[in-house]
Every structure is written in C-alpha cells, then in structure tokens.
Design a protein around this ligand. Sequence first.
Ligand SMILES: Cc1ncc(COP(=O)(O)O)c(C=O)c1O
Length: 440
Amino acid sequence: MSNTLRPNSLDAFWMPFTPNRAFKADPRMLVRAEGMHYYTPDGRPVLDGTSGLWCVAAGHAQPKIVAAIQRAAAELDYASSFNLGHPAAFEFANQLGGLLPDRLDRIVFTNSGSESADTALKIALAYQRARGKPNKYRLIGRERAYHGVNFGGMTVGGITKNRVNFGPMVSGVDHLPHPHDITRNAFSRGQPANGAEYADALERLVALHDASTIAAVIIEPVAGSTGVLVPPQAYLQRLRELCTKHDILLIFDEVITGFGRLGAPFAAQYFDVRPDIITMAKAINNATVPMGAVAASREIHDAIVNNSDTPIELFHGYTMSGHPLACAAGLATLEVFREQRLFERAAELAPYWEQSLHALRDARHVIDIRNLGLIGGIELEPRPGKPTQRALETFRACFEKGVLIRVTGDIIALSPPLIIEKQQIDQIVDTIRGVLQTLD
Ligand SMILES: Cc1ncc(COP(=O)(O)O)c(C=O)c1O
C-alpha cells in the first residue's frame, strides 16, 4: 500500500462550503484564538466580526468554558444517553428550559444545526401521528431558507445550489416566498416596514394542499446564512396566527438567533412570538464542542410520550446526544452569559451597531444595509457578469487588513461575539469602508 500524500499537504481535507482549489492555492490559516481575535501562523491578530460562524458568542477560548471542558474530559469522557444517563445532560436540559419560552422546555440533544433541523421536522411528524393525524405530513419551508445540509433541512431549505445536485429529496414539502423586499425596504434600520403580507402566502398553500395535510412550517426568524433577511414588522406574528388558525406547528430555527444574538435569549422572546418547536446549536456551548438541541413544547412532548404504545417513544437519537463534554461546556457557557450579562450587553450595543453599520450607506458598491440585534448585512452591487466576486475580494482584503467578515453571495454578513467593544465595531466598519473604496 502506498501513501501518496505529501507531508503537510492540504490535499486530503475536502473542505466544507469552500472553493477548495482556490483556497488551497492561497490558504488562510488560523492557529489560535482568544477573546475577540483569531491569530494567523505568523502571529497576526484578526478581529472576529463573525463569531467564527455565528457561534462564538462569549468570545474565544473563554477561560471558564475551557476549564469546564478539561474537567469533564478527565472525569467522564463519554457516556451514551441510550438507556443511561449522566447528570450534566439533565442539568443542561433543565437550564436550557429555564431560558426558553414558558413550557417550551422538553429538550432533545443533537450535534449540529443540521441535525437539529431534521430532528425538529421528525418530531413534528411524530406529533401529528401521535395525536391521530398521520395525514398531516407536509412540511413547509421558505425560499432562501437555510436549515443545514441534511435531507430534511435541505428540502425545506430554499438555496438552489444546495439542492440542485441531490435528487428528489424528501417528498411532501412546499415553500413560502421569502419576505425580503429590497425594492421597498432598502436601508431599513431594524425590522423593515413593508412585507407582513408575505405571510399570507400560507393561506394559498393551505388552499392548495388543505390544512389537514400540513404538519409544520419551519422558518428562521432572522435568516443569516442567506444574507441577513430581517422579518418585516408584524410578519412573524401573522405567520403565527395563520399556523394557529390552521392547526399547523410553527418551528423557529434559532441556530443563529438563539443565545443573545438579538439581545434576548431567543428570537421567540425578542419578537414575542411563541413557536411550538425551537432548534438551536452553535452558541449553545460557545461552539467549543459540536452540539445542537431541539426544544419542543410540553404538549408535543406529552402527546408523543404519553400516547406511545412502544416502550421507546421516539425512535430517534445520536450516539453523541448529550455528550458529557458538550454539556459541561454548555453549562459553563450559560454561566458566562449570566455573569457577563451578555444578552443584555448585546441589547445595549445594538443601537451603536445599527448606527455604525448604516454609516456605510455612502460607501462604494453598497446597495443595502440591514441590521437587528448584533447582526448586520451589507449588500454589494454584484460586478456585472461576475456575481459574488466583489464580495469575495472584500472578504480576502478585510482578512489581510486584520478583520474577519463573512460573505454570502454579494452580501457581507456580520455577527460579532457579544463581548465586542465599540472601538472594535468602528474597526470593522472602517476596514470594510476602506476595502470597498479600493475595489472596482
Ligand atoms: C438557521 C440555521 N439552521 C441550521 C444551520 C446548520 O447548522 P450546522 O452547520 O451546525 O449543521 C445553520 C448554519 O448556519 C443555520 O444558520
């Protein structure tokens, strides 16, 4: 057997959602992180404007979280949650329950946002069946939605490139239109004024399919991965009303909006709209150990568990569900959130964030700016015939100048750790402005 790999070669790691050929020709490596910064191999700090990938809410290498993981690894490295238990999983589920909307506190642990989305969809289907409505099987997603890359989440998702290569996907899925309307809402501060009526598209799907066949609607309260789509005023309330009217479950995918990103524990509380199921991941334990979770209402949990005629009530779970290290990290993360009042801090910083971002309105190439909580989106005019290229060049140039941004399509999506200082917000904005000025 011969191994043809060169030592230190970049060839073997087939990188996710990355132009592999371009990256490997011109790699950007990170070797260390602390607080608000990453560090490159030559020791250069890079200010993190994206919390890694919407996930490091409490800042990097947070000492309390690091210590909790180290302790847990030495004490109980792994225990299955199939027919066995360990205290940290129960304690973490209890504490998450305390953070979630009232009575939305029955927690299933997963390992990622993608698994959370698929788990939530399966719970919705199991619920309808458990209450004697097996014909309610349709799942409604939304255009431009991102619910991860597994089959369920991909199918209810609405990103063409993520779907086009993977066959017919899950059956019985339909989509709402997205409510993003730049022609009417460009440069809105916070929630845009126009577009609540996009929720009424659910009435058309009900007219087409009949409510008796629809199990659930899944949406991101604020869509992040597809370029920061902030819900119009009254849109989420309207969608909730329609779901209730037609006896359809409402799932909020809070993988990016959970854990203080909007200045409240979850978007459900920020918008004062109560879904029936909430998915989460990423900041759940400051992204230190892969983990996600799904919170179901007690009604859903009880219908499935109490009506089960088999000893196992939900045939679903992962080897790593409730992993001891992930739970220990999660408990420490919640403690840090509380001690440092990070959700309140995000709410307090949000007006400064909004004002700073919107100062880029007159920067070159900018055609829209949107914001909510500590989320920001800056949309660039695509270069004629070369979509995404201007944004990619912005990303690379900002990195060279010591600021990490994220781009998706021609949109810069920002989501800094909640520990960010005002002068660091200024640094992000000034760097973006300077880079845009130099690009054609
Ligand atoms: C709303 C939403 N759901 C699901 C996911 C997928 O999460 P993961 O990459 O952990 O599978 C993401 C990732 O960005 C997301 O933004």
